[in-house]
Design a protein around this ligand. Structure first.
Ligand SMILES: Nc1nc2c(ncn2[C@@H]2O[C@H](COP(=O)(O)OP(=O)(O)OP(=O)(O)O)[C@@H](O)[C@H]2O)c(=O)[nH]1
Ligand SMILES: [Mg+2]
Ligand SMILES: [Zn+2]
Length: 227
């Protein structure tokens, strides 16, 4: 008799992908460009969101979903900027999934949002496996994490539309080889846009803002921005 094989992960991911498609339909209906921001803990996701809100809030109506294992620290910081925000806490969890995003969408004023930024749970592994319904995926890698991460955590880099090298202001103090990092990322994902930035000094962020505005324009023109 054959051995029984349980394909639980495939089942979970299949159900998640279906729900993510429904989320994306809803976001498309409202014309909301949705960006899933992923990184390891502390790489600078919330700092990036705060910079983005401060620079773009006159040009776009921004909404935020914050994913964390615990606390409302990030959501409170975002709320101070006067944009709608939902905090999702996942005790014992390590990634957002499409079900959680569906719940958050039901609690956001979708008619008043053009750009939805989702801060995923700080984790370089499974967030990349769970589609949320987003149109674009952005990953931040900060200098102190090291330039070898694409080799160790390839999926996150393979799936990203944009890879931001954050904390570029620390370059004089770090042994981080930017050309080697570029080579590692483009080896996995030749289409990834790689931008060195500092969410502390603002260096490089104009390129990030331009990319976002471009994607929003494409969405308004009715072109597909789906990943
Ligand atoms: N030097 C420097 N520090 C930065 C930069 N961006 C963020 N930081 C600092 O890095 C720390 C973590 O930043 P956060 O924005 O909270 O990082 P995060 O990815 O949201 O962290 P989690 O939500 O906990 O996963 C904070 O002390 C920031 O001030 C940067 O470009 N340069
Ligand atoms: Mg954060
Ligand atoms: Zn996980």
């Amino acid at each position: 008799m054959g051995v029984k094989v349980l394909t639980i992960l495939e089942d979970i991911l299949g159900a998640n992908a279906e729900k993510a498609r429904r989320n994306q339909d809803q976001l498309d209906k409202h014309g909301i460009l949705t960006v899933n921001v992923m990184s390891s803990p502390g790489a600078g996701k919330t700092s990036l969101l705060l910079q983005t809100i401060s620079r773009l809030k006159q040009k776009a109506r921004i909404g935020v979903i914050e994913g964390d294992v615990a606390s409302t620290i990030d959501a409170e910081n975002i709320k101070k900027q006067g944009v709608p925000v939902i905090q999702i806490n996942i005790p014992g969890g390590c990634h957002l999934d499409a079900n959680m995003i569906e719940n958050a969408l039901n609690n956001l004023p979708l008619g008043d949002i053009d750009l939805l930024l989702i801060e995923n749970v700080g984790n370089l592994i499974c967030p990349a496996e769970f589609a949320l319904g987003e149109h674009k995926r952005v990953m931040l890698l900060s200098l102190p994490e090291g330039d070898d991460k694409p080799y160790k955590y390839p999926l996150m880099f393979t799936e990203a539309d944009v890879v931001l090298i954050n904390k570029i202001d620390l370059l004089p103090y770090m042994e981080f080889n930017i050309p080697a990092f570029h080579k590692a990322v483009t080896g996995l994902n030749p289409k990834a846009k790689i931008l060195p930035v500092s969410c502390k000094t603002g260096e490089g962020l104009e390129d990030w803002f331009s990319w976002l505005l471009d994607e929003m324009r494409k969405m308004r023109r009715g072109g597909s921005v789906a990943c």
